[in-house]
Design a protein around this ligand. Structure first.
Ligand SMILES: Nc1nc(=O)c2c([nH]1)NC[C@@H]1CN(c3ccc(C(=O)N[C@@H](CCC(=O)O)C(=O)O)cc3)CN21
Ligand SMILES: O=c1ccn([C@H]2C[C@H](O)[C@@H](COP(=O)(O)O)O2)c(=O)[nH]1
Length: 288
């Protein structure tokens, strides 16, 4: 993953110090692009261990149109928990529960989860119902029946719905491109946390490209990742430098059950990552 280490090096060297919403402080550049040719392997970082499990569950959760953390929590995926928990702390039902207790309640009490696990109309809602439009199904139809189109677009950025979302979408806009029986995907990500978010986003969209390619009978080609505000939080500098000191290893391969022919037909067990030999995990605090 030379592309990712180049991004880290570029922002560490040329990034401008910039204040941000979370008051953590960042080094940031505006406008950066990476390309991942999926025939070279599955682009999951090898310079630290990345938990693919969370990525797969999150993607299946988006595709299903779900916006409640219950599905993620039931599968021990924690990445979206901070936001509902912060909101819960401000509600009348809050009795000094810790995050752990909050998570247990989401798991064990469906009524509680319904009331306090909702993130608002985030990705899943916009992908499947953007003011009444099922963009995901439309995109797949276009790829199959009008592959030359330059209008194969899916947007998660819905200005009308922004005030109700826990967090405005970071991966905002994607476009598909078909040529010679091969499918490519470009993502415009308005804001990228290079240490924590970006490794997830690269893997997630590469996997999404493979899934859409499979159900449209095409070969997955290139994932193009365009980032707006590409930043490294100041409390991640040591972690990023540690990664830069590691030599990248051969990329793993992703195997997907070839029998699945519908985008909504994938299950967690349909994915198998092989030959993944990363360096150890590196911990980092998420800026909220
Ligand atoms: N500041 C910030 N950065 C992000 O990357 C981010 C947000 N906020 N808010 C929304 C989502 C949530 N995302 C997250 C949240 C947490 C981790 C995280 O803590 N990852 C650890 C452990 C993962 C695990 O528990 O399995 C990691 O080592 O990658 C990653 C992405 C990505 N997004
Ligand atoms: O998929 C994601 C989701 C979020 N992020 C990062 C990017 C920023 O550091 C924060 C969001 O804060 P904003 O002030 O709304 O930009 O989360 C990411 O990298 N990937």
């Amino acid at each position: 993953m030379k592309q990712y280490l180049d991004l880290c090096r570029h922002v560490m060297t040329h990034g401008t110090e910039k204040t941000d919403r979370t008051n953590t402080g960042t080094k940031s550049v505006f406008g950066y692009q990476m390309r991942f040719d999926l025939s070279e392997g599955f682009p999951l970082l090898t310079t630290k261990k990345v938990f693919l499990k969370a990525i797969i569950h999150e993607l299946l959760w988006f595709i299903s149109g779900d916006t409640n953390i219950k599905y993620l929590v039931d599968n021990d995926v924690r990445i979206w928990n901070e936001w509902p928990y912060e909101k819960f702390k401000k509600s009348d039902d809050y009795r000094q529960e810790t995050m752990e207790e909050f998570v247990q309640k989401i798991k064990n009490d469906a009524e509680f989860a319904k009331k306090h696990g909702e993130l608002g109309p985030v990705y899943g809602a916009q992908w499947r119902n953007f003011n009444g439009v099922d963009q995901l199904m439309d995109v797949i139809k276009q790829i199959k029946h009008n592959p030359d189109s330059r209008r194969i677009i899916l947007s998660a950025w819905n200005p009308k719905d922004l005030p109700e979302m826990a967090l405005p979408p970071c991966h905002t806009f994607m476009q598909f491109y078909v040529v010679n029986g091969e499918l490519s995907l470009q993502l415009y990500q308005r804001s990228g946390d290079i240490f924590l978010g970006i490794p997830f986003n690269i893997a997630s969209y590469s996997l999404f490209l493979m899934m859409v390619a499979q159900v449209t009978g095409l070969k997955p080609k290139t994932f193009v990742h365009t980032i707006g505000d590409a930043h490294i939080y100041s409390n991640h500098f040591d972690q990023v430098n540690l990664q830069l000191s590691r030599t990248p290893r051969t990329l793993p391969k992703m195997k997907i059950n070839p029998d699945v022919k519908e985008i909504t037909g994938f299950k967690f067990d349909d994915f198998e990552l092989v030959d993944y030999n990363p360096y150890p995990t590196i911990k980092g605090v998420v800026a909220v």
